[in-house]
Write a protein that binds this ligand. Structure first.
Ligand code: GDP
Ligand code: CA
Length: 308
């Protein structure tokens, strides 16, 4: 059933995109706006790469493999192989089809087009129906200070160094909201925080000027990225320990957001410690597109106070 609503959803890559796919199917065309993290973005092989925007775009275009979540289904890596032979760094795997995205984006950015306009153009070309916005057109970047004293740009920390233990996350760069970001939040009936990494996906969006204040005016529903005491994927469990001194649990994520979050969706039986928010227990593992849709539908009903 589609709902006559406007939804703004903050998203990182894979976790956020899985939920966005479900939300899109619950809403009339154009009513979903994804506000996407750019803290992960990098320059590699001379190209401008936006991993979270690309994951969201490919997922909503039904190009992403459902299980892996990122990249393009059936992708090949001939260019990577050729680059390796030429001595180029090969720790960040860019697929052959994926390269077309980065080539187009890099060319447009070099011409002076803002990232938001470039993203809109790519989404149009790929028939994405929802609005996909970078949180900012500015080069806002996440850096990770590790316990062993290094400071690394996000992708070097995550991919090249395989996520060594963290002492601190640092955001660097200007942070003006991209066009339509604040407007989308102001017009939204519900704001959704996808089950994205709170430290390195959602925080860099909330750090953009005006975003946190705009969220405060709305019901905000978060989906827990922690299921069964573990991150579904990625380094979040260790990060909660390292940055908050907390065992991985939905309540640790909610406490990170504090009073900003009014509604929480957690896996069944995992509502422990969630006081002062409205909690829905549901099946939160989005292993199929249908599961994403069912979860999104329950989440919207929950946020709107509809009894199920
Ligand atoms: P990234 O940028 O690709 O790391 O993606 P996000 O930050 O958007 O999402 C990463 C988080 O999503 C991880 O902490 C995972 O635990 C969580 N996640 C991924 N898939 C699922 C899922 O199907 N259900 C839930 N509840 N969380 C998920
Ligand atoms: Ca990411």
């Amino acid at each position: 059933m589609t709902r006559d609503l406007r939804v703004a959803a903050l998203s990182g890559g894979v976790g956020g995109a899985r939920l966005l796919h479900g939300l899109e199917r619950c809403l009339p065309p154009g009513r979903l706006t994804a506000i996407v993290n750019v803290g992960d973005d990098l320059e590699h092989w001379g190209l401008s790469i936006c991993p979270d925007l690309d994951t969201v775009m490919y997922t909503l275009a039904d190009l992403a493999p459902v299980a892996r979540g990122w990249g393009i289904e059936g992708e090949t890596f001939h260019a990577l192989e050729a680059m390796r032979r030429l001595g180029a760094p090969d720790w960040f795997a860019l697929g052959d089809r994926d390269l077309a995205t980065h080539l187009r984006r890099s060319e447009a950015l070099r011409r002076g087009e803002p990232l938001s306009a470039v993203t809109a153009g790519l989404c149009r070309a790929l028939d994405v129906r929802s609005n996909v916005l970078p949180a900012t057109d500015d080069p806002l970047r996440t850096h990770v200070e590790t316990r062993d004293g290094r400071t690394l740009p996000f992708q070097e920390w995550l991919v090249r160094e395989q996520a060594p233990r963290v002492a601190r996350i640092r955001l660097e760069g200007p942070r003006r909201p991209a066009p339509r970001v604040l407007e989308a939040l102001e017009r939204a009936d519900v704001v959704v925080f996808g089950p994205s990494n709170p430290y390195v996906s959602i925080d860099p969006i909330l750090a953009v000027d005006g975003v946190r204040d705009a969220c405060r005016q709305k019901p905000v529903v978060m989906v827990s990225p922690i299921v069964g005491g573990q991150a579904v994927k990625g380094p979040l469990a260790d990060m909660l320990q390292d940055l908050a001194g907390r065992a991985p649990a939905p309540a640790a994520v909610r406490d990170h957001y504090g009073a900003l979050v009014s509604h929480v969706v957690v896996e069944r039986g995992e509502a422990a410690g969630l006081d002062g928010v409205r909690v829905l227990e549901a099946e939160t593992l989005m292993t199929t597109r249908e599961r994403s849709r069912v979860l999104a539908e329950a989440l919207l009903d929950h946020a709107l106070g509809n009894v199920r």
